[in-house]
Design a protein around this ligand. Structure first.
Ligand SMILES: Nc1nc2c(ncn2[C@@H]2O[C@H](COP(=O)(O)OP(=O)(O)O)[C@@H](O)[C@H]2O)c(=O)[nH]1
Ligand SMILES: Nc1nc2c(ncn2[C@@H]2O[C@H](COP(=O)(O)OP(=O)(O)O)[C@@H](O)[C@H]2O)c(=O)[nH]1
Lengths: 299, 299
């Protein structure tokens, strides 16, 4: 079955690295479809969205397009095995978001993409011989917050307000190794307060009536850590004891990405992949898509 | 005598912390003039620049002014002792730069400020009983680069192009503890190439005909490190051996700000304060101000 993950971040917050760390592979390299292109007849709003060859190509930004926002939508599809289940993973990337001098409206192509995928599903549902095996709807959105240690930026708040009712929003603090433990605690508190005041709801791992106390406790512990302070790493490092792990090596010490004392990576991976993948898909179908469908029928 | 340091950075890159680390004090708290206000009659272009009470006040940004750029100019003045000399230090801050959704033209209020200060000096020079003791011209501009590890952003390049011929530009990589040693090396190379291609000249410690080989070597070593990869810290930390120093403490290790193996802070401090302060002031007077003056006379 499908799992479609939308990733939104300005350039340089470790997005490519984190996705590869989460799924244990180079997503782009293993992508069966090198990049999926939105053709112009499909959706009028999609006109003008061109996709470059490679997102990881280091491009210097010196041209006219850097002054105003030009967000592109790029998808990478690959098959992964999780809990013995084969999963068709699609990572939807949004290069250009937040990177220009003027980022007005940079949320729009992304919201258009979410809506487009809802419409695709709606059309399929309405066909006589409906085949709903290909579920292209966005099941979760990972939003990367710059680790300033102060507050969410206006662009962050605006984006979260625009998407939290359309897909499961999971805000994360990117490159959290720039923050001390106290700074992370203060920053998380402020972010949650700001999102609350903006009436933004991020994804909350659900609890069920029949859950035992331990499960409820584990689930709320997982929830309390949001926004997850994450570190990603494509490379292995070796510490003084000869132990090798995924991490980052600095002159003053080595970070272990999978060490819960170093960052919240393991919690994000739990939420997104090992424990709540099904809940993310279900909430998309039962709540977010239903809301979209009813709003569309009303108009 | 005066030393006027312009500091330009988007919020959250450790600017306040770095200034305090450089001058060994809380600049704002020790500022004899709480904040200097530009009155409207002085310079038509300065209209509308209002100054808030405190730059360090943690303000959530949720209002209309976050959509478009609103850069303010705030000055803090204090007296410092360096090399047995008493120095009237003025730090000119630019809150709001790069913080909005649309940052078009955010360089303009800053360039206006530099020009205004040149004009002030020009007026004083032209008076019959000229008293040039108060030199308010900008002697150096510290420009904070976000440590993305990729490239300079369009906003960075635009700003540097606008100011490098008006004041001594010293680009620095902020919060460099987010980068490994390899990432710093690659990032510095790309930044220098990008600035070179944009014809941006940053301040170069001059060498003199009578300098000995050691001095020339030390001066070029200082120059090669630009953009300085800096870390700042207001607080002291203690390591396992009981040694106390200014730094940042992480679960994986402790950074020592004054350790040249951890960051370039000591080199920035050398350039800016201990060794080339006079050169910065001289170049401002002999080269940058002279160019401004001749251009103005031509028009
Ligand atoms: N400090 C830190 N650096 C990271 C982290 N993840 C990636 N990086 C580095 O940041 C740079 C940009 O990473 P990349 O994944 O290409 O960022 P993207 O532009 O958001 O896709 C690379 O040099 C990475 O090694 C992280 O969690 N912490
Ligand atoms: N990682 C890192 N954090 C820093 C550094 N300097 C300051 N900070 C932290 O970043 C946050 C913002 O610092 P501040 O000086 O207020 O930034 P400003 O908004 O640019 O003035 C605070 O939590 C600081 O402790 C640094 O060099 N490295």
């Amino acid at each position: 079955f499908n799992f479609n993950l939308l990733c939104v971040s300005q350039r340089g917050l470790g997005k490519s690295t984190l996705i590869n760390t989460l799924f244990n592979r180079n997503i782009e390299a293993s992508s069966e479809i090198a990049s999926s292109e939105r053709s112009d007849d499909v959706n009028g709003k999609m006109d003008g969205l061109k996709l470059e060859d490679s997102q990881d190509e280091e491009t210097e930004t010196n041209g006219e397009e850097d002054v105003t926002s030009s967000v592109k939508i790029k998808s990478y599809t690959t098959t992964i095995e999780e809990n013995g289940v084969s999963l068709k993973l699609c990572v939807v990337d949004t290069p250009g978001f937040g990177d220009a001098i003027d980022n007005t409206g940079s949320w729009k192509p992304i919201v258009d993409e979410i809506n487009y995928r809802f419409d695709q599903y709606l059309d399929a549902e309405n066909k006589i011989n409906r085949s709903l095996e290909n579920d292209n709807r966005i099941h979760a959105c990972l939003y990367f917050i710059e680790p300033t240690a102060h507050y969410l930026k206006p662009l962050d708040v605006e984006f979260c307000k625009r998407v939290h009712e359309k897909c499961n929003l999971i805000p994360i603090i990117a490159k959290s190794d720039i923050l001390t433990e106290e700074e992370i605690a203060v920053f998380k508190q402020r972010i949650r307060k700001q999102l609350d005041e903006a009436n933004v709801k991020f994804f909350q791992p659900p609890t069920y009536a029949m859950d035992d106390a331990d499960t409820v406790r584990a689930s709320s512990a997982l929830f309390e850590k949001i926004p997850y302070a994450v570190v990603g790493s494509n490379s292995s490092v070796t510490d003084k004891e000869g132990k090798t792990f995924r991490g980052r090596s600095y002159p003053w010490g080595i970070i272990d990405v999978d060490n819960a004392k170093h960052c919240d990576f393991v919690y994000l991976r739990d939420l997104l992949i090992s424990q709540y993948l099904e809940e993310l898909r279900e909430r998309t179908n039962n709540v977010l898509y239903e809301n979209y469908r009813s709003e569309k029928l009303i108009r």
